[in-house]
Design a protein. Sequence first.
Length: 196
Amino acid sequence: MATLKVYTYPDPILAKKAETISDQEILSEEIQTLAQNMLETMYKAPGIGLAANQVGVLKRIIVMDTRARTKEGEVIEEELSEFEKKIQWPLVLINPEIIKKEGAIEYEEGCLSVPGYYEMVKRAGFVKVRAKNLKAEVFEFEADDLLGVCVQHEIDHLNGVVFVERLTPIKRTMIRNKIKKYGYSDPVEEKSVSNS
Ligand code: QAP
Ligand code: CO
C-alpha cells in the first residue's frame, strides 16, 4: 500500500471529467490497488472523502468514511446515523450516480485539494445513490447530513467540479484570491507553528 500525491486547486486535472470504469477494469489489480491506496491517503490526511481526480487518475471512483471518531480514531458507533448504519464501511463507490435528490442543506465544506480553506456550500439535503462496489456489484444507499454532502462533493470531483465553483461569484473570487496570495501551507509546519 502507498499514499498518493493529492493535487491542489487550481490544478487543471481537478477540472477534468473522469471516465466510467468497465466491470473488467473494476476487477483488475490496478483498480483494486488504486482503491486501497486512495483509502490509505484519505485516512492518513485525515479526510472523509477522496475522488480519483484528486490523486491524478481520471476514473470514476471515490472513497468515503464519514463515521464520527474519537481523538484516538475509534469509530463512535452510537453516533452513526440511520443511513450510516446500513452501509458497509469504508465506502468505495465506482461509477456513482445520484438517482434521487430532495430538500436542501448548507454545510461548511473543505477539501483535501484545497487544504486550510472552508466555506459554506448549498446542496441537496437528501440523496439516493447507485454505484458499483469493488466486486462490480450494483448497490444503492441513501444519505443525508454529512454523508449526503460528502457524496455530492465527491461526485462533483468526478465531473471536474471543486466546491470553490459552487460558491457565489463574490465568495469564489475571494477564496481564489486568498489561495493566490497565501497558497497552501504544509500541514506539518502549520501544526508546529500553532503549537509553538
Ligand atoms: C469533502 O473533505 C467534504 O483543509 C471531504 O487541511 C468536506 O476530507 C465533504 C481536509 C467537508 C463535506 C464536508 C481538509 C484535510 C479534508 C483540509 C475532506 C485539511 C486537511 C477534507
Ligand atoms: Co474535495
